[in-house]
Ligand binder design. Structure first.
Ligand SMILES: Cc1cc2nc3c(=O)[nH]c(=O)nc-3n(C[C@H](O)[C@H](O)[C@H](O)COP(=O)(O)OP(=O)(O)OC[C@H]3O[C@@H](n4cnc5c(N)ncnc54)[C@H](O)[C@@H]3O)c2cc1C
Length: 425
């Protein structure tokens, strides 16, 4: 009997330490210096680096990476449990060396990079000496990769990149850009001539690549490997986002419950009104359903591969966005007027739900993936009736019992009486 929902006690000690560390150290830093983790200013580094050093000392740095890729090799289930804690704080992933978009970029560098590429980019990324961005989506449309037009053309000893990318997260702060071209993924140092970061939008950048010349060794993986590498990268990223969405849901849920016990209306605390209880009960069930889906998916990855778990990862992606939307909306609502201000994190968390439904591929595309993959396990029924058509099944059952009924006519009478009775209900 192998089902077990408990956490290894040694790892629980780590998780308890992480929870306390985040509350005592990470949250105060985040409240006063929300962008410190992405700044190279020495004063900000002096605030951030001691916290990162503590994390490294605990062996919790870059825990998303397998041992053979240079990480501690905890696997996805432990990562999920850790993300459930650190996902409450937007800057915590950077303190633990597992921040997007660097995580996915490190993963493909570790998996597909040459030794020289790893020396040059992976290890500095792991140490946050440099930062990266992933430049795939194009202005004409992000959901359909066949629309992407950015090209890399070989010219002697160089690649020449031309194209335009949209919504490259943290692109303007990145030292290197992983640029998805029609024939592969290329690593482009941001200061290469021809890279132009436009003024708007500010956080997710619009970047033009015009005659950007790169040495041949800046191609990552095989020349036609863009799709393969992007899938590997995004698969990991999606499940990590879903893990952190659980943390956001729980934070909203904790706030909702505390508030429900603290406000009075119409002669009782609002937690005693049935509709508030309904909101709490639905949220409780939905968060736990999401959590089990994510942990099951993490377990599947640990026991097979990201590719094998593709259907589950897609289901996690849109389920996380939906549960986050529902739970944070209920929490905002239960907070009443205070909920719609910026005096609590709730409103921002609620706004995160539509973002989650779009980033890493829109929900519709993932639903198509799930439906298509699931349907591969089914066949159309033969003839006009579905396989669960009861008269046909009953006729088959009658054949199975034919000999017994012939030997004992009582059985026939019992069966007819029971079926008559069942049809009346
Ligand atoms: C916060 C955030 C961070 C991001 N970071 C990055 C990044 O770092 N790098 C990067 O390259 N990209 C990034 N993206 C871009 C993201 O990958 C795209 O936004 C996403 O793929 C959707 O593309 P689009 O915005 O062009 O929407 P569109 O493709 O224009 O889709 C718009 C809408 O059309 C409908 N639709 C589209 N396709 C289908 C379909 N097949 N079936 C049914 N309906 C459909 C859906 O309702 C969808 O929401 C980020 C996005 C967000 C929100």
């Amino acid at each position: 009997m192998a089902w077990d929902f408990s956490t290894d006690p040694d790892f629980q000690v780590q998780l308890d330490w992480v929870a306390e560390f985040c509350e005592q150290e990470v949250e105060p830093l985040e409240l006063l210096f929300p962008y410190a983790v992405r700044m190279k200013d020495p004063k900000m580094r002096a605030l951030v680096m001691p916290l990162q050093a503590e994390v490294k000392q605990r062996g919790l740095w870059a825990i998303f990476l397998d041992r053979e890729l240079g990480g501690p090799g905890f696997g996805q289930v432990k990562l999920a449990l850790l993300n459930e804690v650190i996902g409450r704080y937007s800057t915590a992933p950077s303190i633990f060396g597992c921040q997007a978009p660097d995580t996915g970029n490190m993963e493909i560098l570790a998996a597909y990079g040459t030794e020289a590429q790893k020396e040059r980019w992976l290890y500095p990324l792991m140490n946050q000496e440099i930062w990266s961005a992933f430049s795939m989506t194009e202005p004409e449309g992000g959901s359909d990769p066949s629309l992407f037009k950015t090209t890399a053309v070989r010219d002697g000893d160089e690649w020449v990149i031309n194209g335009e990318k949209w919504f490259t997260s943290a692109g303007r702060h990145a030292d290197i850009l992983f640029v998805v071209c029609t024939n592969g993924i290329y690593i482009v140092p941001r200061d290469t001539p021809g890279v132009e970061v436009l003024d708007e939008p500010r956080t997710h950048d619009h970047i033009k690549y015009k005659d950007v010349r790169l040495p041949l060794d800046h191609l990552l993986g095989p020349e036609d490997g863009a799709r393969l590498l992007a899938q590997r990268r995004l698969g990991g990223g999606r499940i990590h986002h879903a893990m952190r969405a659980i943390a956001q849901c729980r934070r909203a849920f904790d706030m909702m419950c505390e508030r429900a016990l603290s406000r009075q209306s119409h002669g009782r605390v609002i937690a005693e009104h049935q509709m508030v209880q309904g909101a709490i009960a639905d949220s409780y069930a939905e968060i736990n359903m999401l959590r089990l889906l994510v942990l099951w998916t993490a377990w599947t990855i640990d026991n097979s591969s990201t590719a094998e778990a593709r259907t589950q990862i897609a289901a996690c992606k849109y389920t996380a966005a939906r549960v986050l939307r529902e739970v944070t909306y209920r929490a905002v609502h239960i907070f009443g007027s205070l909920g719609v201000t910026d005096l609590t994190p709730l409103r921002q968390m609620w706004a995160g739900a539509p973002t989650m439904a779009v980033m890493d591929g829109v929900d519709e595309v993932h639903k198509v993936t799930v439906a298509r993959n699931v349907l591969q396990g089914y066949r159309p029924h033969e003839g006009p009736w579905p396989s669960e058509y009861l008269p046909a099944k009953r006729a088959a059952a009658r054949e199975k019992f034919a000999a017994a009924m012939a030997a004992d006519p009582d059985l026939e009478r019992y069966s007819e009486a029971m079926l008559r009775r069942a049809s009346r209900h």
